[in-house]
Design a protein around this ligand. Structure first.
Ligand code: AMP
Length: 283
């Protein structure tokens, strides 16, 4: 497995591979890898000649400095996991390599309503930072296919919008959320949970599954209220939002008229760790 930190070196290596007709699958990550990431790597490997993973904790997508400072970093361990999963190239740049002169802060992209709700509402500037880094990474890697987890459902919608509006020549592949045996969606942030918090955390998915069962039978607003109360019955949980939205526009649904497109989304603090999850209700 190759490991590069320089943009020109990575771009040139991949240009040569592409010129030989090889297809490139790309998995952008922020590292602290877990089975969720490795599932994307393995899928890319099955579907492409070469698999590239980037590891970059993107400072401009963090609206909270403390979250950025506490974000787990484990490049040496990540490299071993990637090598074992059959990844061909890791691109792990420093921030100065990606953002000389802090130039990207001035770039403001428009995503219609997609970045106004849920994560966009509670993490101002987050998706602008995500889109900037993903566009930059796409330019460097020029992948045939790029793999993103539905765990970050809104992120996927934003990137799909960017790819469509800019006409980027990459095929986006949405991948199912990988969970621990007890249902907790895998996340690099789970490592920051205390033992007590970790034992409570599966309740998030349990509530989402109950919502899926009750959807259609209960009024949307009542169901939302029920879900929030159910989680907050447990001390330690603070729900930031619980929303039922359209899978494409992400706009909140007021009734079940488009129930085949309904997705339940949640962001919740457990102690000071912020976790997100979602479940497609009718698909
Ligand atoms: P991150 O390193 O958290 O930025 O995630 C990198 C990629 O892995 C994103 O496309 C995420 O949606 C995806 N991902 C993270 N956690 C999971 C998971 N539990 N299951 C599937 N994909 C995931």
């Amino acid at each position: 497995m190759k490991q590069f930190s320089s943009i020109p070196e990575t771009a040139e290596y991949l240009r040569n591979e592409r010129n030989q007709g090889l297809t490139i699958g790309f998995v952008p990550t922020m590292g602290a890898l877990h089975e969720g990431h490795l599932d994307l790597i393995r899928r890319s490997k099955r579907e492409n000649d070469l698999t590239v993973c980037s590891i970059f904790v993107n400072p401009i997508q963090f609206n909270n400095k403390e979250d950025l400072a506490k974000y787990p970093r484990s490049l040496a361990r990540d490299s071993i996991l990637l090598e074992e999963s059959g990844c061909d190239l890791v691109f792990a740049p420093e921030a100065e390599e990606m953002y000389p002169d802090q130039e990207p802060a001035s770039l403001n992209l428009s995503f219609g309503m997609l970045d106004k709700v849920m994560e966009g509402k509670f993490r101002p500037g987050h998706f602008n930072g995500v889109a900037i880094v993903v566009k930059k990474l796409f330019d460097i890697v020029q992948p045939t296919c790029a793999y993103f987890g539905k765990k970050d459902y809104q992120q996927l919608a934003i990137i799909r919008y960017m790819v469509n509006t800019l006409g980027l020549p990459v095929k986006l592949i949405p991948c199912e959320t990988i969970r621990d045996a007890d249902g907790l969606a895998m996340s690099s942030r789970n490592a920051r949970l205390t033992v007590k918090e970790r034992s409570l955390a599966p309740e998030i998915y349990a509530v989402l599954l109950q919502v899926k069962k009750a959807a259609g039978n209960m009024n949307v607003n009542e169901l939302k209220e029920w879900a929030i109360n159910k989680l907050q019955e447990h001390t330690g949980f603070r729900v930031e939002y619980f929303e039922i939205g359209d899978k494409d526009s992400l706009m909140p649904l007021a009734d079940w008229d488009n129930k085949n497109k309904a997705v339940a989304f949640i962001a919740v603090f457990l102690g000071d760790v912020r976790l997100i999850d979602n479940v497609e209700l009718f698909l």
